[in-house]
Design a protein around this ligand. Structure first.
Ligand code: HEC
Length: 86
């Protein structure tokens, strides 16, 4: 959110794309859904909300003429030198 807040403030439009308005329309509702799922400690809700957020990222990339920037669910833990097994 901090990164997107910076993008909103520093680049309200980028190459003619209304970045700030698109973040408000696409990302803010998806982040709110994610926040609610975390507060509810809902694993299913988190997975659904994470996928909605990822779609929102990709929808904006497509709308901003950058369809080649495709975000996906992580396929591996972020660090390979730490064992995350319970
Ligand atoms: C307002 C529309 C918009 C939204 C929403 C958005 N992006 Fe982007 N994103 C862009 C644009 C436009 C660029 C390319 C900026 C440039 O030209 O340098 C970009 C670039 C990126 C890059 C850099 C790619 C690279 O190789 O340099 C990443 C990573 C990225 N976005 C991830 C995300 C993620 C993750 C989300 C969702 C949480 C997201 N973006 C939401 C418009 C958006």
């Amino acid at each position: 959110m901090e990164g997107l807040d910076d993008a909103e403030q520093q680049f309200p439009t980028h190459d003619g794309v209304p970045v700030a308005a698109m973040i408000k329309a696409n990302i803010d509702p998806a982040v709110e859904e994610l926040r609610k799922a975390v507060e509810a400690k809902s694993s299913d809700g988190f997975a659904a909300a994470f996928d909605h957020l990822t779609s929102a990222c990709n929808n904006c990339h497509t709308a901003a003429n950058k369809p080649f920037i495709r975000i996906q669910r992580p396929t591996a833990p972020p660090l390979s030198n730490q064992d995350f097994a319970p």
